[in-house]
Design a protein around this ligand. Structure first.
Ligand code: GRF
Length: 190
């Protein structure tokens, strides 16, 4: 059995989707939800699904050794970032080489890097007049949003699409593809 920890800071639509996809899976188990935000909706979703929760305080979010030890105690093999807004400490990256998977709601390398999260991304996409947006699923390395890309899925944008409409189109791709691609990576098919 491969044990997975999901890191999330927000409402957790991706967490909910991942938990549904891996429910009763034969070889992959979501064993832990980690958050830096005690109010995150993702925590309630995890608790409803009987998944252990670890809330990191301010110091702990930057304490790579603490996080690595916590994951080791749950025999975690993979880490999935589903809207986790803190920097991943280098000790965690070193402990999980090509085993930390992030989803970014844009087509990297465009619209990545500092400050590019949530609706900031979709507003920038609209302002730049892009004719498409999408998702990027990538490994996390020490360069923010620059790890090896695992998969990208694009969606056409219509002129006049509001940033909310762009966000909805991108979210549909997240719901459709993130669990499948995570499963392929963990099962060794990607
Ligand atoms: C999603 O847009 C995801 O692509 C990004 O953070 C957001 C998380 O949203 N990494 P949610 O908490 O899963 O609803």
């Amino acid at each position: 059995m491969k044990h997975v920890a999901i890191f999330a800071s927000g409402k957790g639509s991706n967490v909910e989707n991942l938990l549904a996809h891996f429910n009763n899976h034969s070889s992959i188990k979501i064993s832990l939800l980690v958050s830096n935000n005690a109010q995150a909706g993702a925590i309630d979703i995890a608790k409803k699904n009987n998944v252990d929760v670890l809330v990191l305080d301010k110091d702990q979010t930057a304490d790579g050794n603490f996080i690595v030890a916590a994951l080791a105690s749950k025999k975690i093999n993979y880490v999935i970032l589903a809207g986790y807004l803190k920097i991943i400490p280098v000790e965690l990256i070193h402990a999980y080489p090509e085993k930390i998977i992030n989803i970014h709601p844009a087509l990297l390398p465009k619209f990545g890097g500092k400050g590019m999260y949530g609706s900031h991304i979709h507003k920038a996409v609209v302002q730049s007049g892009e004719t498409q947006s999408g998702i990027t699923i990538h490994f996390v390395n020490e360069e923010y949003d620059k790890g090896r890309i695992i998969a990208q899925k694009a969606v056409k944008l219509e002129p006049g699409d509001s940033f909310n409409e762009v966000e909805n189109k991108v979210r549909s791709l997240e719901m459709q593809w993130f669990p499948k691609i995570v499963e392929e990576v963990i099962s060794g098919r990607k």
